[in-house]
Ligand binder design. Structure first.
Ligand code: B12
Length: 455
């Protein structure tokens, strides 16, 4: 059987928001995970439209497409083209799970939720010519234990800055109202991990030193994280991941992570307002000392990518300056700002829809850069221009310099300057490296910066 797995581009290549380097970071790990369920006799191709041309001239036996909210329309038109030619199309991913009725119009089969159990069942049925229209992950035991290794041979490593990205868990123990994942993983009931030995074996198979864990909350289960970090000590790895302010402040897990090679952490600060935290059910951040978390990470030589959301109901036009000033003052290495986006399927979307606050269902602009709902506290224009201002302001050379120089230790000043400057200030350089197919040459530089940061 000939099968084609496609990740359609999240943003049009000619959009002002298409930053080639951002879209050349991570390969489609979800699809490569599912690809492991094909057999040796199957001819499988994995296409990531962010880094390569997608040709629609072929006629494989099966097309599998990953649908996010902002690539949904592109995914549907690709699906329609193949179906018109009589090719069997299966759709899956976050958006399909949120809006099955919509996705169903463009597919022969849809698969809801994480695909580890449902996808192999579908494949068996498909080969036996009895595939169903819909497969629900809730009909199966959800587990990552004993799944076959990710098909990394299908990933074109040279096209990515971080080909060694991996995911050792599914879901998150917290239930923030704005998070897609809560709805996706069974109303937030599910949070599960690989077996530690299987995760370590996966790490062992990856070449080079640098890893990027794409899990929503790498420190989410203390026992698992503890054993994972214990196993990673001595593996001479450096890695990046995501967690919460709470997990950084509690216990000694973060020290263990640093010992195992953690060098940068994505942290969801999201808002400084307790009212916003309560109304979005992000209770794990309530009464937490953000500055203490930052200090603890810096003392361990861990860089911080801080995430902030603008447009929560208690926000006014002060929030932009507050977030930028705080980030610079506290030497946050990189900041990711989002305009609040009520993703379909979330409790937040349901509430806003009930209250008549959803302004558009043009999924293309559900990208956290546009206002798609009726905001309180400021107008749509104020929110969008404040968001754009914050990004520009945080990444001015003077602010990058100020934030870097606030570190106590000299080598932390330097690595901050290189990392932030390199990420945001050398766009033409990154574009050149991508165009000439030389992006992989930059991996040793990234690895070197990350290796140097330990105190
Ligand atoms: C990597 C990543 C990216 C990459 C995307 C490219 C890529 N390679 O995937 C980049 C960096 C480009 C990116 C950008 C953004 N991202 Co992002 N990203 C992620 C991240 C960290 C990991 C994705 C991943 O690999 N997951 C692991 C795999 C195993 O899970 P999976 O992909 O969901 O696949 C499983 C299932 O979905 C299902 N499945 C998936 N596809 C298919 C297909 C078929 C046929 C079937 C049957 C099943 C199936 O089975 C798989 C195995 O269980 C997730 C968070 C996360 N932990 O998932 C956020 C996440 C997907 N991103 C998110 C956001 C908000 C963004 C941004 C909007 C942020 C921003 N403002 O810049 C932008 C999008 C910009 C735009 N224009 O849309 C949100 C939601 C996105 C959405 N609404 O669809 C997430 C969920 C983070 C969060 N918790 O909020 N992102």
């Amino acid at each position: 059987m000939k099968a084609k797995l496609i990740l359609p581009s999240l943003t049009e290549a000619d959009s002002p928001y298409f930053r080639p380097i951002k879209y050349s970071l991570f390969p489609p790990i979800g699809l490569a995970t599912l690809a492991a369920h094909f057999t040796e006799d199957d001819d499988v191709e994995l296409i990531d439209q962010h880094v390569e041309q997608l040709s629609l001239d072929d006629e494989p036996d099966l097309v599998c497409i990953q649908v996010y909210v902002t690539n949904a329309f592109r995914a549907y038109s690709i699906a329609d083209i193949y179906r018109e030619k009589g090719v069997y199309v299966v759709l899956g991913g976050l958006h399909v799970t949120s809006l099955p009725d919509e996705s169903m119009q463009h597919a022969d089969t849809i698969i809801l939720g994480p695909g580890e159990e449902a996808f192999p069942t579908f494949l068996k049925d498909f080969k036996n010519k009895c595939a169903k229209k819909i497969y629900r992950f809730t009909d199966y035991v959800q587990t990552l234990q004993h799944i076959p290794p990710v098909r990394r041979d299908l990933i074109k490593r040279e096209k990515y800055l971080v080909p060694n990205s991996l995911v050792v868990s599914r879901g998150c123990p917290h239930h923030c109202d704005f998070c897609y994942k809560d709805a996706f993983y069974n109303g937030g009931k599910s949070f599960y991990t690989q077996l530690v030995d299987e995760a370590l074996a996966e790490i062992d198979r990856l070449p080079g030193r640098h890893l990027y864990f794409l899990d929503d909350h790498l420190l989410g289960t203390t026992k698992f994280a503890r054993e994972l970090f214990e196993g990673m000590r001595g593996m001479n790895r450096v890695f990046q991941g995501a967690s919460t302010v709470q997990a950084v402040l509690e216990g000694d897990l973060i020290e263990r992570a640093a010992d195992a090679g953690l060098r940068s952490l994505f942290l969801g600060f999201e808002t400084f307002s307790p009212k916003n935290l309560k109304s979005s059910n992000k209770n794990q951040n309530l009464n937490k000392n953000y500055v203490a978390a930052v200090r603890r990470l810096h003392s361990l030589g861990i860089m911080i990518n801080g995430s902030f959301v603008f447009g929560l109901d208690a926000d006014t036009t002060d929030v932009f300056k507050q977030a930028v000033d705080w980030g610079v003052e506290n030497s946050i290495t990189t900041a990711t700002y989002h305009i609040l986006t009520p993703y379909p399927g979330t409790r937040q979307y349901q509430r806003m829809e009930r209250d008549g606050r959803i302004l558009t269902k043009n999924w293309d602009i559900y990208d956290t850069r546009h206002v798609v709902y009726k905001s309180f506290g400021m107008s749509k224009e104020e929110l969008e221009s404040g968001y754009n201002w914050a990004y520009k302001e945080f990444y001015t050379w003077s602010n990058i310099f100020r934030a870097s120089m606030k570190h106590d230790i000299f080598k932390h000043k330097i690595k901050h300057l290189f990392y932030t400057g390199g990420w945001k200030k050398f766009e033409p350089f990154w574009n050149f490296m991508i165009k000439t197919g030389e992006l992989q040459q930059m991996r040793p530089a990234l690895e070197a910066i990350l290796s140097k940061v330990k105190v």
